[in-house]
Design a protein. Structure first.
Length: 198
């Protein structure tokens, strides 16, 4: 944040006029000179509050993304035929629910203890689309493709979060979760490729 500028008004009289002692022609020229002020305590507090507000919105977005993943994996587990996929999707659903709880605790530490974040409308539409494709006869490969799309979104959301300036404790949690999201993304992609080759 930039410190506000304090302007001082300086009245200058043109030197030649003063030297000629023509006092009736004294026309002051007014200049505004910027006087940078060092950041005050209130400016620093505003910056901290802005950083905290940014961190809160990032954490809320991550919680929403985790809730979407939790519900998306549950939904996918209900539609796939292969038992190994059901098991993997259920494990990922539990993990995303745990991630959301961890982030909810961080949100409370940031000053929003009563804020409960749920899944997004976009995630609900994505799950409805999976349901539709499954009901129209889409097999495990189709569901894996949809899950991969959800994982692309989760990976991107975590990458954006890590590119920001988060408090150290939040950043540590987000880094750990982002690594797990990346592994899940890669695993889903590999499962999809395997299903496509079959």
């Amino acid at each position: 944040m930039y410190a506000p500028l304090d302007f001082r008004f300086v009245i200058e009289y043109p030197r030649p006029i003063l030297e000629q002692s023509l006092s009736f022609l004294l026309v002051p020229a007014v200049r505004m000179l910027p006087n940078p002020v060092a950041p005050s305590a209130s400016n620093q507090e505003e910056e901290v509050i802005m950083d905290q507000n940014d961190a809160i919105s990032v954490v809320e977005k991550l919680i929403e993304t985790c809730r979407d993943g939790e519900k998306g994996y549950q939904d996918a587990a209900q539609h796939v035929k292969r038992t190994d996929l059901k098991s993997y999707f259920n494990q990922q659903s539990v993990e995303r629910g745990r991630f959301a709880q961890e982030l909810q605790a961080e949100l409370a530490r940031l000053g929003k203890p009563d804020k409960k974040v749920s899944a997004s409308a976009t995630g609900a539409m994505h799950r409805a689309w999976i349901d539709t494709k499954a009901n129209l006869g889409g097999g495990d490969k189709t569901i894996l493709e949809s899950v991969e799309q959800g994982e692309d979104n989760a990976k991107e959301t975590y990458q954006k979060a890590l590119s920001g300036n988060l408090p150290a404790t939040v950043a540590e949690v987000v880094r750990r979760q982002a690594a797990s999201v990346q592994r899940a993304h890669d695993e889903v992609r590999n499962l999809r490729d395997t299903a496509a080759a079959a």
